[in-house]
Design a protein around this ligand. Structure first.
Ligand code: CTP
Ligand code: MG
Length: 240
């Protein structure tokens, strides 16, 4: 039976990365970002199924890309591909709709975080199974963060010790994520940039576990340079 599914929103355009293919299909060390992300999730011990929300019009291309993946090192989890939506939230909802009823824990992981380790996915699932309805990986913030108004005037310095930069994979009890997305779809408001935000809006607790430096999000061109360096460092370290 499949019990844990990983959803991969991959339907964004990648406008901040600059002109070119949709971000999830841009190359890093010889493979598209999406392929790196799916490989790591499919190899996680806890993951039984991966559902990718592909850019509209690229579902066949994405399915073909992922069908060629070798099922090593363990029998990798099966991968389904659905069409994504206009917003990240809509893409996650589309992937969630393709998850079977017997799945009780769901991860949501950005295709734009290609190097998040399998062990991070396993740790997030373990925290959900230990009793947290919603779990996010987070890292301390290194910059001093200030709240500003529209003119650039500083209103306040936010105490840094209270802040976490939150990553994916985020993990949820399946019923909680379904409820959160149903509530969000029914309310106006701007679409959320992460799924835990929708759970917070329900008033349910969200728990932070330690994040990982390599789970960085590729957003701007410099991030791709850093990701390539991390990948080269891994290759240099040889097989684990
Ligand atoms: N995403 C998605 N569907 C959308 C928008 C975003 O599935 N309509 C996905 C992206 O593919 C990415 C993740 O959500 O894996 C995080 O979004 P972001 O980093 O903002 O990626 P893009 O939207 O592609 O980038 P940009 O905002 O610079 O255009
Ligand atoms: Mg975006």
């Amino acid at each position: 039976v499949t019990r844990t599914a990983a959803l991969v929103p991959a339907a964004g355009r990648g406008e901040r990365l600059g002109p070119g293919a949709p971000k999830a299909l841009r190359e890093l060390g010889g493979a598209p970002l999406l392929v790196h992300a799916v490989r790591a999730l499919a190899a996680a011990t806890a993951v039984d199924l991966v559902v990718v929300a592909a850019p509209a019009g690229s579902t066949a291309e994405v399915a073909a890309l992922l069908a060629g993946e070798p099922a090593a090192p363990r029998p990798a989890a099966p991968v389904r591909v659905v069409a994504g939506g206009e917003t990240r939230q809509a893409s996650v909802a589309a992937a969630l709709a393709a998850v079977d009823d017997d799945v009780d824990v769901v991860l949501v992981h950005d295709a734009a975080r290609p190097l998040a380790p399998s062990a991070l996915a396993d740790a997030v699932v373990a925290a959900v199974r230990a009793g947290h309805p919603a779990v996010v990986p987070g890292l301390p913030v290194v910059d001093t963060v200030k709240r500003v108004d529209g003119t650039g005037r500083v209103l306040a310095t936010v105490p840094r010790a209270d802040l976490r930069a939150v990553q994916t994979p985020q993990g949820f009890r399946a019923d909680v994520l379904r409820r959160a997305h149903a509530a969000a779809a029914a309310s106006p408001g701007a679409p959320a940039t992460d799924d835990a935000g929708l759970v917070e809006a329900l008033g349910l607790p969200v728990h932070v576990v330690p994040g990982h430096e390599e789970a960085l999000k590729v957003t701007r061109p410099l991030d791709l340079v850093l990701a390539a360096a991390l990948l080269a460092r891994r290759a240099g370290a040889g097989p684990a």
